[in-house]
Design a protein around this ligand. Sequence first.
Ligand code: FAD
Ligand code: MLT
Ligand code: ZN
Length: 486
Amino acid sequence: SEKFPHMKRNNEFKKLSEQDIAYFKSILAPSSITQDSEDLETFNIDWLNKYRGQSKLVLKPSSTEQVSKILKYCNDHKLAIVPQGGNTGLVGGGVPVFDEIIVSMSNMNTIRTFDNVSGALVCDAGCILEVLDKYLEERGYLMPLDLGAKGSCHIGGNVSTNAGGLRLLRYGSLHGTVLGLEVVLPDGTVLDNLSTLRKDNTGYDLKQLFIGSEGTLGIVTGVSILAPKRPKAINVALLGLDTFDQVQAAFKRSKDELSEILSAFEFWDREAIKLVKEHLVAGANDPLESLHNFYVLIETSGSNKDHDDEKLNSYLEGLMGDEVVQDGVVAQDTTQIQNLWAIREGIPEACSKAGAVYKYDISMPVPVLYQAVEDMRARLVQSNAIGEGKLFTSVIGYGHVGDGNLHLNVAAQKYTTEGTDLIEPYVFEWTAGHSGSISAEHGLGASKNNHLHYSKSVSMIELMKRFKNMIDPNGIMNPYKYLPDK
Ligand code: FAD
Ligand code: MLT
Ligand code: ZN
C-alpha cells in the first residue's frame, strides 16, 4: 500500500505525547484505547489496501460526551484526527495520512428510539448498517439504503460519505432520508439536531452540510433517518444482453412498465462476471447458460406479489419478444434472490483479487456511460499496458444504471505510479468533458481531493474552504483530504 508519498506532514499539528495519552486515559476506559502496533494495523490500512497511515493511537469513545471531550482537547492542543466508521471507504478518507489520532465510532452502537408509525429511527453513528436493517425487519420496516459493505459499514460512515448504493433509485439519497443529526464540532460543541420531523423549514438546513463532508467538519455521533415500510413482495431478475444500447432500452422500458415497483436496476459487464466466476465469490452462482457482454439485475418491490409477478412477466416477455435481451431468469425463492444479489455485490471483492484495483466512480448521462469503459480499454490497449506481464490485467465496468453511476475499475497486480499516470488525469478529463462528476458516491477522501476542480468551479471550492475554516479553524478534522491541498 501507498504511504502518501507526495505529501508532507503539516508541522503545525502537535505530535502525540505521554501527557496527551494520560488525558485520554482519564476520560476513556482502558479497553477503549488502542496503542498496540499490531492492533493499529487494521485501523491504519484501508479496505483496498491502497492507503496506509502511521497512527499510534485509536480512541473508541462510548458516548457523545466522550467524543466532545476528545475533540475539545485535540482542538486546544492542535492534535489532528481521523474519524473512522467501518473502514470500508474506497477513497482513502477513513485512514490517517501521517500520525493523526483515529477516533473509531465502533463503541457507539446503540439504537436510541424507533417510531413505529412514522418509521423514524434514531441511533448512534457507530451502528452497523446491516444490524439496523435486521432491527427494522423485525418491525416491518427497512433501511432506505443498502450496499455491499452493509455487514461492516456504519450508518455514521454512510452519512459522512453520503453513500448511494443499490436502491437509491427507489428511496432517494441520504440528503432526503436523513431527518436529523447529532454532530460534535471540533471545539467540542454538541450540535443536537436529532429531529424526527419530516418537515421543518426553520433556518438553514445545517445537517445537509455534514452529509457527505467525510469527517472534515466534525464527528457525527447520532443519526435520525426515515425508514420506509418493508415491501411484502420482492422479485429479482437477471438478464443477459449483447449491447449497452440494449441495457438502456431495458432501463427505459422498466421505467414505463415497472415504474412504481422498480427498486433496483444494476448492470455489469463480461469482465466483471469473469472475475466473479474466477474468484468463486461466496454464494454467487451465475444461473445463465452462456457468457454475455452485459448483465442487468432488476429488482421490484411492491405490496402485492401477484400484481408484481404479472407486471414483471409481461415486461420480460416484451424484452424477449423484441430481442432486447438474449437470456434471463427470475429468482424463485429467497435463496435465489440472495444468489443473484451476491453476484452483483461480489464484484468489488472480485475486482481487487488480482492484487490492486484503480477505482473510478463517475456519474454522467446514461447514453455515454459505457463509452467511458470502452475508451479506457482502447487507451490502455493502445499503450500496450494490458495483458500478461503488463501494467494492468483488465478494465471492468459495472454500477447503478438507474442513477447514471458507473464504476470504472482497472485491475492490476499492484499499484504503480506509471499505472496511475496512464489513467489520470485522462479519466477526469473524460468525465468533465461529458458533463459528469468525478465522484458519484464514494467521495473525495485522499484520492480525488486534488481533482475537485474537474467537477466544481473556483468560486464553489472557495466557499467550501470558507465553511471549512469557519467550523474547523485549526484544520484538525481529517486533514490532507477532501479539499484540494494546493
Ligand atoms: P469509513 O470508511 O470508516 O469512513 C468513510 C469516511 O467517513 C471517512 O472520511 C471518515 O473519516 C468519515 N467518517 C466515518 N464515520 C464518521 C463519523 N461518525 N463522523 C464523521 N465522519 C465519519 N459506497 C456507496 O456509496 N455505494 C455503494 O454501493 C458502496 N458499496 C460498497 C461495497 C463494498 C464491498 C465496499 C468495501 C464499499 C462500498 N461503498 C459504497 C463505499 C463505503 O462502503 C461507503 O462509503 C460507506 O458509506 C463507508 O462507511 P464506513 O462506516 O465504512 O466509513
Ligand atoms: C458498488 O456499487 O459495488 C460499490 O459502490 C463499490 C464499488 O464501486 O466497487
Ligand atoms: Zn456503487
